[in-house]
Each structure stands twice: as C-alpha cells, then as structure tokens.
Design a protein around this ligand. Structure first.
Ligand SMILES: [Zn+2]
Length: 278
C-alpha cells in the first residue's frame, strides 16, 4: 500500500521507499513535471477539506496534462452522444441519408502511468452546521467534517466533462452508501477516495464500497490516516493508498514509521480499533 505524502521533490528523494508516493494539492505542487518524470506515484487531492478554491484547483489540473479541446473532452465524457447514428430526413419523411457521427479523434493526451488519480472536487460541511468544514482557528467543540454525498455528486457532475481527460477519483462521503450516489460508470473513473466523517470512514458502509470499487478494478484511497493501526485497517479493507499530515509533521521520526507500516500491512480483515483479526 502507498503512503502519499504532501512534500517537495527533495524530501521524496531523501525518504525514497517503494511504498512512498506524492500527494499534490492546489496549494503545493512545485516541480510537478519533474516528480512525474522521476517515476514517483503521483496523486492529486483537491483540498476541499480545507475550503473549496476552484481557481486554484483549475490551475493545478491545467499543469498536470495539456488541456485537450472542449470537443475532445466532451466526447470522452459523453461517449453515448457519438454512438447514435444520424439520419437526414426529407419533409415527406423519407430517409435521404444515414450516417454515423464521426468517432472521437485521437487527441487526448496520454496519461503518465505513474499519475494514478485526481480527486474531483467534493463537498465537506461541518458538524456545527457551517456550509464548509470550519478552518482550524475557528473550530469549536461541535465542529467536525461531515461529507455531503448529494452535493458531492452534483459537484462531480459539474466538473466531469471539463476534466474527463484526467484519471478521476470520486470522493466517498457520509451518504454515498445510498443507491445511485456513486457515478460508477463515469468515463475516466479510476479511483474512489474515502473522505467524510471518521464514523463513515471506519464504518461497514465504506468498507463495502471499497470492496465494490476494487472489484471494478479501481484504486481505493483513504484520507487522514495518521496511525499505524489505521494504516493496517485501511489495508485490511482493500485500500491501495492512504495519506495523513502526521507522517510529514515530524518527518524524520514519523515518515519511516509510516512507510514501514504501509509496507507490512496485510490485506486481512481486522477490527479498526483493536487490530485483532476478525
Ligand atoms: Zn464548524
């Protein structure tokens, strides 16, 4: 399992490890092209947990890959629109000509194999009732992240056509377990990213959705995983990567410990609290 760290390229090289990957964010992506060329697994978070900034997100997306034409992205996002034959019909109803709409031109940029996924912007609200997850300095006792699955699905639909050339990760939230709340068939869907509240992340519904994602050949990522115990739990339910700010806060002490845990975690069911096999 990969431990994705938000850190610069020199730190990536210093702590080189087969289980280490880089997590870019709209606020931190220096030497992006060099990181990809170096061969590091690269994933992209949207930082919506800390506040939705569509401009910053767009700047990062544009840096990742050359942006193809609108038509090419539309064709990728909505292939069904080009699968219907057209007919030229005269006023009396006779069919003058039958034709197929032209197939999509091959003008989408190739995705580097080590660019694994890009988290499509999602919606995180606060348990206190605020529209967005409250920033650290304003956090009160009742505050805590609460994913909004319906709003996340709507935000995914809003972005999907424009970024359909990227490998996309859909963010699972509190409520994503309800029928029809995950765009499984969206073109370009490559991963699921488990966000939302701790109760959701560590609950049986998230575990079931991760199993379903893996069965469909998608990556599964769990955000905000800051202990070896949680790393083992994430691995046990089938996650392919995790991230957590704790591993880079006291990097020298924590990052090697996290990488060791990521390397030795086993995909066997364990209880999330006791780590005992189930
Ligand atoms: Zn709050």
């Amino acid at each position: 399992m990969l431990l994705l760290a938000t850190q610069a390229l020199p730190q990536m090289r210093e702590y080189a490890h087969p289980n280490l990957g880089r997590l870019l964010t709209p606020r931190h992506f220096p030497r992006l092209a060099e990181t990809l060329a170096d061969g590091w697994p690269v994933c992209v978070d949207n930082d919506c947990f800390n506040g939705y900034d569509p401009e910053a997100i767009s700047r990062l997306f544009a840096k990742l890959l050359p942006v193809p034409s609108e038509l090419a992205r539309m064709r990728k996002a909505c292939p069904f629109m080009w699968e219907m034959p057209g007919e030229l019909i005269a006023a009396d109803g006779t069919v003058l000509e039958r034709f197929w709409l032209s197939p999509p031109p091959d003008e989408l940029p190739a995705i580097p194999p080590n660019l694994l996924w890009v988290a499509v912007p999602d919606v995180v609200r606060c348990a206190c009732g605020a529209k967005e997850h409250c920033p650290k300095e304003h956090r009160g006792e009742r505050c805590g992240p609460r994913g909004d699955a319906q709003a996340t699905l709507e935000r995914f639909a809003l972005w999907h056509t424009w970024i359909s050339h990227l490998p996309l990760a859909f963010v699972l939230q509190d409520g994503s377990e309800e029928p029809g709340m995950i765009p499984w068939d969206a073109a370009g869907l490559t991963a699921v990213f488990v966000g939302g509240s701790d109760e959701f992340k560590l609950g049986p519904e998230a575990a079931r959705l991760i199993r379903e994602a893996r069965r469909r050949g998608l990556y599964a990522h769990m955000g905000r995983v800051n202990s070896a115990k949680r790393i083992q739990y994430a691995k046990s339910i089938g996650c392919t990567s995790i991230d957590g700010t704790g591993w880079t806060t006291w990097r020298r002490a924590n990052l090697p410990r996290g990488l060791h845990a990521a390397e030795h975690a086993r995909e066997r069911p364990v209880h999330w609290q006791t780590s005992l096999p189930l």
